[in-house]
Design a protein around this ligand. Sequence first.
Ligand code: NA7
Length: 862
Amino acid sequence: MTAQIKPDFDVIAVGAGFAGLYLLHRLRGLGFSAKVLESADDVGGTWYWNRYPGARCDIQSIDYSYSFDPELETEWQWSERYATQPEILRYLEHVAHKHDLRRDIQFSTRVEVAKWDADASLWHIRSEAGEEFSCRFYVMASGCLSQPKAPEIEGTDRFHGEVYYTSSWPHEGVDFSGKRVAVIGTGSSGIQSIPLIAEQAQALTVFQRTANYSIPAHNGPMPTEKLAQLEGDRALYREAARWSRAGVPIEPNEEGAMQVSAEERQRRYEAMWGAGELLGIAGAFSDLLVDPVSNETLCEFVRDKIRATVQDQATAELLCPRGHFIGTKRPCLDSNYYQTYNLPHVRLVDLREHPISSITEQGIDTSDETFEFDAIVYATGFDAMTGAIVAVDIVGRDDLSLADKWANGPQTYLGLMTVGFPNFFTITGPGSPSVLSNMTVSIEQHVEWIGDCLSYLSSNGLDVIEPTETAEAGWLQHVNDCADITLYPRADSWYMGANVPGKPRVFLPYVGGVDTYRGACDEVVSRDYLGFRLQGPGKQQCNDGVVRRIQPDVALVLEFIDSLALPPMESLSVDDARAFSIAMAAERPAGPEIGEIIDKVLPGPVGELCYRLYRPDTPGPHPIVAYFHGGGWVLGGADSDDPFCRDLCAQSDSIVVSINYRHAPEDKFPAAPNDGFAAVQWIADNAGMLGGIPGQLAVAGWSAGANIAAVVSQMARDGGGPGIVGQLLLNPVTDCDLTRQSYIDNADGFVLTTALMQWFWDHYADSADRVDPRASPLRASDLSNLPPALVVTSEFDPLCDEGIAYAEAMSNAGVSVRHISARGQIHTSLTAVGVVLSGAPVRKEMGAALLEFFGTAPPSEL
Ligand code: NA7
């Protein structure tokens, strides 16, 4: 690498909107030479182009503004809660003027090509006009919603009347007085502009393909409490925004919608409706974007509001959104949107029922009607998040084009950089919170991260940075893991690329939250730019790795547990540990409804044993699963594993019998496996009485319970019965050796610790007994002829390696074994039904495995 050739600029950025302006200012302050290239003839970005009537921000203006300049914060006063486009544009012009930014911005310059020169370690940039520039670092600050998408309607060029696009509105404005106007599109742009166009037009016809959820903005003067909050301690307010979920400091709600009464839900939704804040929609309850049932309660609330506002009930029903969950397509804030449909000259056409067949010379033909118009307004949206980036022919290492690399969806590390394109940054790029956050907060974070990064490079004699494949793949996985536990991927939204024909359907932004995201970016830096390869003349450094490997919902659980600052369980007495685990269990969601749950007793080897039977809601008889709960042979009972047993029962359409075997230290080894064996024998003998199918018996267990299930399977084999058709071993204890690598790697921080496992063993079995195969089933001299097994291990579990070892040993002995390695899960997360949603696919597989043991088909509703 010869980084000797001096480029024209240290940095060239594309775009002079919120991102480009601050980037320029920041880089100057850090001593870099920078140039911004902008296709418009002045600053403003999205606020330069989107001048349609009614265009406003829909995050409150005091939040939707820069925080980097304290003086600017006090000298600029917003006139309304939600400023209009002209006011926001004036603000950006003011910032450009105040910081003398225009002298480094070249306007009316559209970048056409950007090509990485590996020999010189710089980028060559060429404009549409053929002008050439070179720079060390190239930044797309081009905005997430700046590349309009074509309307994709037949005949758009035939119309003889006036044609307007909300995304590039005439600067002089438009007078619709006395005109017959059509608006196509009911996203934010349509919903904001329709009421104002209706005020002027002689007749307005709105063509709606998908009804959208919108709540009233209740715009007006700046709210005094919010202003007081900001002015009370500006720095604190801004810092809280930086570490909030969505870039606005709002207290998160911890309660699920179905956890409160219908009246309380209604009260909160009314409050949300009255508050007029976009972020308040999903914030009313914690689970609105993950739970379909909860979400539907809010959908119906909004539909009722629409029905109450729009007088013509047929029109109201057409305006009621259906087929997508609220929040999963970008919801809107409006001023008098629904009321507009009460005006006699405004008409709604439902394109689902009456699709447009063509735009004509005079207007629009639908499948069954001919319309004549003087003007057509297209509010049809954007090729979001990637469109503007790949609109430039960006060519990286080895002639790789970014459009080709992203053909199946964008791949980035942190939404900031992409492999194969050294020294190329995107601001609010795909894979970052961007459009799911207050953009100004996310823009500032990216600008500052990039600025710090360039300073780090220059002060360390480095001049090239590029992410590694490992880091990028890991981040993409994390972005998808976050999205997959939400309802977002189910909607045909521009978040999913679904609005542009042919665009790959992948979730584009990062839904894990601004706070979590900032934490990840900071961590990357603090770990020597984890996942980046950095180079300079004669040197290079790379700390390769993945920044977020834990499933996002598991991470939240760990954070919550951390916040409780609990003493380690192994420091408690047995009684206190039991009391604590009972208290924790009481806080969980109950698990799915099933047919029937009964508590009874069965005869054990030395007295009665309690059991809890879970019966499916389907006609019997059913196969039976004998289940052993977790808890290190010391803790737990039917209650501790109740939600998981319900889930197993529902997933496998089987009776689950959860057996309360005797616990240590009162009853040490071999009490537990002896109880287990006796219980399984009794269940086999009494299958018919229990409502089960004789001979259809599997064993299952979690943790120490999986140890018992494994041991009972060996005992049954050696004792000539009972017949067991399969074993489901979830995070099993299989051996007393606590020196395996997973005990070292996951010793602490993932709930079950190595020290706690030691504590369990110490209570359960004397040293000499621990090597007994009935305590350590991995040590059995013969593992052949055991029932088929599904062994599930969790990636961040001290027990992971011994589970794998047992699966391998059984398989080597000829047993039919399937092993699932649950990525990003911990010892306790897969049983956390209703809490750890990322565990649901594994729970489903466990149910399916049981069905396979029984040779039955899955129940139809699963
Ligand atoms: P959006 O939110 O993408 O809305 C575009 C609208 O146009 C939406 O209702 C679309 O219906 C509709 N559309 C798009 N193509 C067609 C065709 N061919 N026929 C009929 N209707 C069509 O864009 P906006 O400009 O309103 O808002 C973009 C963002 O800017 C917004 O989210 C804020 O962040 C600011 P569809 O839903 O696809 O059926």
